[in-house]
Write a protein that binds this ligand. Sequence first.
Ligand SMILES: *[C@@H]1O[C@H](CO)[C@@H](O)[C@H](O)[C@H]1NC(C)=O
Ligand SMILES: *[C@@H]1O[C@H](CO)[C@@H](O)[C@H](O)[C@H]1NC(C)=O
Ligand SMILES: *[C@@H]1O[C@H](CO)[C@@H](O)[C@H](O)[C@H]1NC(C)=O
Ligand SMILES: *[C@@H]1O[C@H](CO)[C@@H](O)[C@H](O)[C@H]1NC(C)=O
Ligand SMILES: *[C@@H]1O[C@H](CO)[C@@H](O)[C@H](O)[C@H]1NC(C)=O
Ligand SMILES: *[C@@H]1O[C@H](CO)[C@@H](O)[C@H](O)[C@H]1NC(C)=O
Ligand SMILES: *[C@@H]1O[C@H](CO)[C@@H](O)[C@H](O)[C@H]1NC(C)=O
Ligand SMILES: *[C@@H]1O[C@H](CO)[C@@H](O)[C@H](O)[C@H]1NC(C)=O
Ligand SMILES: *[C@@H]1O[C@H](CO)[C@@H](O)[C@H](O)[C@H]1NC(C)=O
Ligand SMILES: *[C@@H]1O[C@H](CO)[C@@H](O)[C@H](O)[C@H]1NC(C)=O
Length: 479
Amino acid sequence: MNFWFFIGCSLIFINVIVKADLSEDLERVLSSYEYDPKCVFNYTEVNSKTIKNFPKCTHVYGIININEKSDVSFKQLENAFKNVTNLFGGVIVQNSNLTSLSFLRQYSYFDCSAYGFHILNNSQLTDGSILPTIYYTTNENLDNTPKIIIKNNVNLNLENLCWERSIGDLAFFKTEGNLKNCGCDGEYYSPSNRSQFESCQNVYNGLKLYNVSSSQVSNSLANVQMVRAFLDIQNTDFQNLSFLERIKWFQANTNDTVILNLKNNPNMTRLGLPNLEETDIGNKDLYGLKYFNFENLHPDFCITLTEFKFFLMKMIDIVKLHAKLCEVTEEEKNPLVPVCYFVSMEELANNCVYIIGDLKINSGDEDHATKLLKVGYLFGSLEIRNTNLTDLSFFVKFRYIIHMDGECSCYIGNIIEFLDSRPIIQIIGNKKLKDATLYAISVSELVPTAFYFFDFPENLCEGQTRSNNPGQSSCYIQK
Ligand SMILES: *[C@@H]1O[C@H](CO)[C@@H](O)[C@H](O)[C@H]1NC(C)=O
Ligand SMILES: *[C@@H]1O[C@H](CO)[C@@H](O)[C@H](O)[C@H]1NC(C)=O
Ligand SMILES: *[C@@H]1O[C@H](CO)[C@@H](O)[C@H](O)[C@H]1NC(C)=O
Ligand SMILES: *[C@@H]1O[C@H](CO)[C@@H](O)[C@H](O)[C@H]1NC(C)=O
Ligand SMILES: *[C@@H]1O[C@H](CO)[C@@H](O)[C@H](O)[C@H]1NC(C)=O
Ligand SMILES: *[C@@H]1O[C@H](CO)[C@@H](O)[C@H](O)[C@H]1NC(C)=O
Ligand SMILES: *[C@@H]1O[C@H](CO)[C@@H](O)[C@H](O)[C@H]1NC(C)=O
Ligand SMILES: *[C@@H]1O[C@H](CO)[C@@H](O)[C@H](O)[C@H]1NC(C)=O
Ligand SMILES: *[C@@H]1O[C@H](CO)[C@@H](O)[C@H](O)[C@H]1NC(C)=O
Ligand SMILES: *[C@@H]1O[C@H](CO)[C@@H](O)[C@H](O)[C@H]1NC(C)=O
């Protein structure tokens, strides 16, 4: 879609390029849907001729390109779109004389994931009130670029439309050169611009803080409540995120972006998100995972038990976890959900919900296995060696293994990077073990999963990466 680049060259040349580009785009757009052929608007321009063939359908496919050569009136457009409840493809309104976009139907659905919605350079346009009423599907995950672009409409005031329904939900969108733009485009944040952000509550297009010092950022982001798309903090001297005093939402709309990236911040010892309990991490993408990355921070960087509970509750997936578990505080030691430090099975209390340490079940510990009935969370690794256990059914509630060791990453949820360091689970030399299933650990719920290491020939898992239990955790064989 870089044909804007060519504007300024010869007019004839432009038209050729635009046409060629659009017909390719049109083909691409159409090929991404299954449609009723009579509901396709198969033209690269709306004009008095082509509008006669505008499909009489509720669901219309194509790219609706309205430009300076579109000799059609608002009335004609309104008529054509009267019954269109669902539009698939694209809309371009460029250099038109339109004063309003309300020829589109209110509360209609517009899947612009395959092309986009581009409102460019319409000098008479004043009425954009239709914009926030449309339900957009953008699939920004394809390229993390805005699909909705509203630029250079010198009489269009977007100010009151920006945070309304649907427009207010977009993680990425672009407004520039209009009478009033939507403020708080994170792409424009810089220390020299910071005063423009002091009143921002809602930042879109992501927020990158790269190579800035905490004094440069100062309190410019103290009012931000919502960051849309991502927050990416690299090469700073921040100690934690307490400068985001009012943060409450992280809202993405993508299936493969790290929503919170903390990387190469050598002074960072804590996450320290204020209002953790009230914070929400959302991803509107159907398949959207919610990744956090903690990479190369201060060597003492630690995550509290409370923060981990939050990650698990919000189903945060973690890319790298260069972190330790912070010392458990008195407040975190709730007698109803006991936190135990593992020494041995014999010394273990019998009601632990959280176990911190490497849990080892050895020969002679079989009778103590019932102490594990309540365990839900293990911060460490699991080793079951040389026992007479026949199955692992005593792990009734065991759902999470959070594995950290100094150098390596640990894995919560989807495994992105596997540094072959210590195994997370080792089940070795248990001659009577028939069933090594850990029933409560399930990948399908996108909760922490684990690696399994077995060395006994009769185990259930024969091939690398084969599932240990159907639909459940991966299985790795230690050779
Ligand atoms: C659209 O038009 C092009 C050529 O004008 C044609 O090749 C193509 O089959 C048409 N597609 C549909 C879906 O009608
Ligand atoms: C809209 O729907 C009405 C009623 O079904 C129909 O009579 C009319 O022809 C349709 N108009 C267009 C432009 O699709
Ligand atoms: C837009 O307005 C200009 C000037 O009034 C006129 O020359 C032009 O034909 C109009 N364009 C369309 C598409 O109506
Ligand atoms: C924008 O519209 C003006 C007239 O309204 C026109 O002169 C100019 O070339 C257009 N710019 C672009 C980039 O299309
Ligand atoms: C500052 O913000 C304005 C718009 O708000 C933008 O046009 C400009 O590029 C920004 N400057 C920097 C250095 O990012
Ligand atoms: C930030 O600093 C790093 C290391 O000095 C450098 O590699 C990178 O290009 C810088 N990034 C920006 C956006 O300035
Ligand atoms: C967070 O960083 C600030 C300095 O920016 C510091 O005063 C505060 O003690 C830190 N909080 C934690 C929990 O580390
Ligand atoms: C993310 O979306 C893209 C495009 O739809 C798809 O190709 C990819 O497989 C998806 N990734 C995941 C992890 O679902
Ligand atoms: C960051 O750490 C360096 C080295 O430990 C120290 O000199 C500097 O004062 C710290 N900066 C802040 C803002 O804490
Ligand atoms: C395990 O079973 C073997 C053979 O049945 C037996 O000799 C051994 O004593 C058992 N070990 C324990 C700890 O019960």
